[in-house]
Design a protein around this ligand. Structure first.
Ligand code: SAM
Length: 285
């Protein structure tokens, strides 16, 4: 049996029909119906018996089934209760798959993969919550090694953006601080049922410690968020309230970090954001 038995328009449609499932736009349901793209995602995950996969939104189980053949264990969280009985039947032969009914934004991810030595998040993410889901996985205390995710092309641009571009923002910095970002392939809207209004891309995030670490990650996040909250503001203005909230003069903070107060957040490198967080931490003490 091929690794992509289910990834065809006919199979996906007839499964949905057989279980009386209505496709729900509010859950970002665009099911993958192309075996070729599916195989590329699974290959990029480089799964082996030591891997525990966390899949967000298995849908009708197309990706789940293909991954179950290669990974030690697959834990798949699905928010749509209507899909759960379908998934349990479709994946009945896969002993290493656990289907969990729930919201991946709220469920305790660490507990889901308890005991795992290595976790990979592999998912065709629902578009309406892509960024919060990516951030939640990156910030959770998991032995996360890699993420292979299908996202909107526009989100892929933001994940891989360089300083000084309009796509560069708080999401870019938060992700690139934790992971190397590689855009694996562009995905046309025609490979989904129903067809979305935008094109997509598969992105591989490989976790690694950033060469310069912020000692206080909470302060780092605060500085990054404030720097991009109003993109047109200079750092002097954008960071005034964060500095003030910690009883620190913003000019002193910027000076200590060696950052020009007249710059905007979008032109700063990650090293400079770390330097700002360090300067803030030092001044708070
Ligand atoms: N993996 C399937 C595929 O590739 O065909 C489905 C992908 S579809 C883009 C997104 C899936 O995520 C849907 O099954 C949807 O119901 C589910 N979903 C949406 N929001 C979710 C959430 N917060 N937690 C868990 N699953 C969610």
């Amino acid at each position: 049996m091929s690794g992509s038995r289910l990834a065809s328009p006919g199979t996906v449609r007839s499964l949905l029909r057989a279980y009386g499932v209505q496709v729900k736009k509010r859950y970002g349901q665009n099911f993958l119906i192309d075996a070729n793209i599916l195989n590329r995602i699974v290959e990029a995950a480089e799964l082996g018996p030591d891997d525990t996969v966390l899949e967000i939104g298995p849908g009708v189980g197309v990706l789940t089934e293909a991954m179950a053949r290669r990974a030690g264990r697959v834990v798949a969280v699905e928010i749509d209760d209507q899909l759960v009985p379908l998934l349990r039947d479709v994946l009945a032969g896969c002993d290493n798959v656990q289907i969990v009914a729930g919201d991946a934004l709220r469920i305790d991810l660490e507990q889901l993969v308890q005991g795992a030595s290595r976790v990979k998040v592999v998912a065709n993410l629902p578009y309406y919550v892509t960024s919060p889901l990516i951030m939640r996985c990156l910030e959770a205390p998991l032995p996360l090694e890699r993420m292979v995710v299908m996202v909107q092309a526009e989100v892929a641009d933001r994940l891989g953006a360089a300083p000084g571009t309009k796509e560069y923002g708080a999401l870019t910095v938060a992700v690139q601080y934790r992971a190397d970002v590689r855009r694996l392939l562009k995905v046309p809207r025609t490979v989904f049922f129903p067809r979305p209004n935008v094109d997509s891309a598969v992105v591989v995030l490989t976790m690694r410690p950033y060469p310069v670490q912020a000692r206080d990650e909470r302060l780092f996040e605060e500085v990054v968020r404030a720097s991009f909250a109003q993109r047109r503001k200079t750092l002097r203005n954008a960071l005034a309230s964060v500095a003030g909230a910690h009883g620190v003069d913003v000019e002193i903070m910027l000076q200590r970090a060696g950052v020009d107060p007249g710059l905007r957040g979008e032109s700063l490198t990650i090293e400079q954001f770390v330097a700002l967080a360090e300067a803030l931490a030092a001044a708070v003490k």
